[in-house]
Design a protein around this ligand. Sequence first.
Ligand code: GLP
Length: 257
Amino acid sequence: MHVIIKKNQKLGSELAATYIAQKVNNAPKNRPFVLGLPTGSTPLETYRKLIEMNKAGLVSFENVVTFNMDEYVGLEAAHEQSYHYFMYENFFNHIDIKKENIHILNGMATDLQKECDDYEKAIQSAGGIDLFLGGVGEDGHIAFNEPFTSLSSTTHIQALTRDTIRVNARFFGGDISQVPTRALTVGVKTITDAKEVLILAFGAKKAKALHHGIEGAVSHVWTLSALQMHKNSTIICDEDATTELSDETKHYFLGLA
Ligand code: GLP
């Protein structure tokens, strides 16, 4: 696992965007580049930067296929807090991606299990994910893989923990009762099956998750830690998110920069 520590979120996001653009630009042209994408406040600046680069002609998403990580169960795509809405509003509406290349789990599907199974199959048919971009929850979850989710999990229906519901209530006017209690999410294995994984973590509230994910043992308690087993995983974080890492760990990764 690589860890890149940048001074602040802006610099971390710029690095992530530049890196993604470079991967897309350098991808073989004989098949689409398959990108896994997250929602949340963390990737917003990265999306803004990618939009800027797209408009400036520095990167094109014409040959990119995307798979989003997760979606709430029970929210219409038009609901302002659905991840569908988030992705179109903050990214897809502003870039040159083909609509038919966008995949987001349907949390309104009548058969949720089938929706999950079909999603896994769609990822396989696309040739697997080349680069999975993600954020991390305060409790160390990646996508919606809450603590104690199997590290071998594939796309599944996930009951959200009370902590995650509480943290996400800020997007629902602070009203916990409005937050869906279930989500559809790619599994930990879906993420670790990607050829490359890039996780962003900014701010002191992510410090505990980084400590456990980077310095702790591989454990289903902090699903981020599963990336320790991945051949090509990177965390880009800001200094605030490193406050619970040991000095030795920080020196090691800063030395590599
Ligand atoms: C949600 C999403 C995750 C995201 C996490 C952190 O739980 N399912 O994919 O990483 O929130 O959100 P934020 O980036 O807003 O801190």
